[in-house]
Design a protein around this ligand. Sequence first.
Ligand code: PPS
Length: 390
Amino acid sequence: MHKKVLGILGVLTFSLYIFLVVTTSSQAHNKTLRQHRFSGQHAAFFEPLNTSALDGKSSSLISEFVRRRRLPTCLIIGFSKCGTTALRGFLTLHPHIVSPLREIRYFTMNFVRGLLWYRNQMPLSTAAQITVEKSAGYINTPVSIERIHQMNAGVKLVVMVRDPITRLQSEYARCVSRNISRPRVPSFQVWCGGAAHTSKVLRLIDYATPLDNVYRLFRRDQVLVLSEELLEEKPLDVLEEIEAFLDLRQAFSKTDLVYNKEKGFFCFNTSSTKYPKAKASIVLNEKTGCLGSHKGRVHPEIGDKFLKELTTFIRPFNQRLFHLIGRTFTWANFKNHRVGVRARREIVEDLLSPVAPQGRRQRQTAATREERVAPVRGGYTRSPPGGEIR
Ligand SMILES: Nc1ncnc2c1ncn2[C@@H]1O[C@H](COP(=O)(O)OS(=O)(=O)O)[C@@H](OP(=O)(O)O)[C@H]1O
């Protein structure tokens, strides 16, 4: 009887201990965030912050297992129309990655709401999980890059780029779909401003200038630049590269994604055991597991003369980008700029036709991975930083 009472007392004391540890650590955490909210409203007076508290890390062993909302430690910061939504969605298939359903745009539009608000937009996670947020406009706003750095100087950044001409077409297709009720939509060339060198074109094709801003504040090993074309054609390669970048164990599998002929893209395999987790993090077509009709719009045709003009104008911008990142994407196959969904489907189907060897892939180094990538649209080769551009 005496032993039983002692046992109950022991359990009660232990429960009280757990309760105290959890509440004090979360109160301290909220206090840091409230302080940060104040400085967030007065960005010029930022104080250095306790990043371990911001990351949701705590010395307490118990808090490692507590599910709570944590600030992101990886951000997909751009570029718009470069496959950022598909990438973010695919990443949530990983058991150690969580991500909010939509773009939060905290560092651009919602900064005045404060860091506590930002953290509250995040899904629940354990300390073993990485929270990834994507807002494709961050990279184009220098102040948002500074704010990200102030939040966490050790954050990892993923940047998606795309053949600039396809990006122009993609932006045009978005504008057309928004203005669908208007009687006349300007032609692609008129929409571009009539000439290759207009400010609209410049803003969309120059990846190097915004990336330069990022490299001014962040170390190179914190920034991963990937191409939309590779995500479209070989998504597993891209996902494995991000796993390595984030030091995560290998969890993506080729059975997680299926190529959808109608859509012309890889979509989520709705029968995969990982699908229910991903489904909670991204808006998908229930039946197909694909992104909605706002992804994969038909691109406009470009007249030969204007295409030539664009190509010549864009080339030095691409070269500057490749120099900066030390990696080359083969964006020279301009015949594909005329593609709509049908032509893209043919390209990917061509790539899919040789049957891949069965079995689990070995984790590959970036170098061996790149050797394996065929130099088709979106394939790429590595060149030394600042080295010769082929
Ligand atoms: N798997 C898969 N499914 C659907 N879409 C895919 C996929 N992979 C890449 N893409 C390409 O992503 C393009 C849209 O890019 P973003 O998501 O970055 O656009 S946005 O800025 O968030 O609006 C979108 O551009 P458009 O084709 O011009 O619509 C797609 O080509």
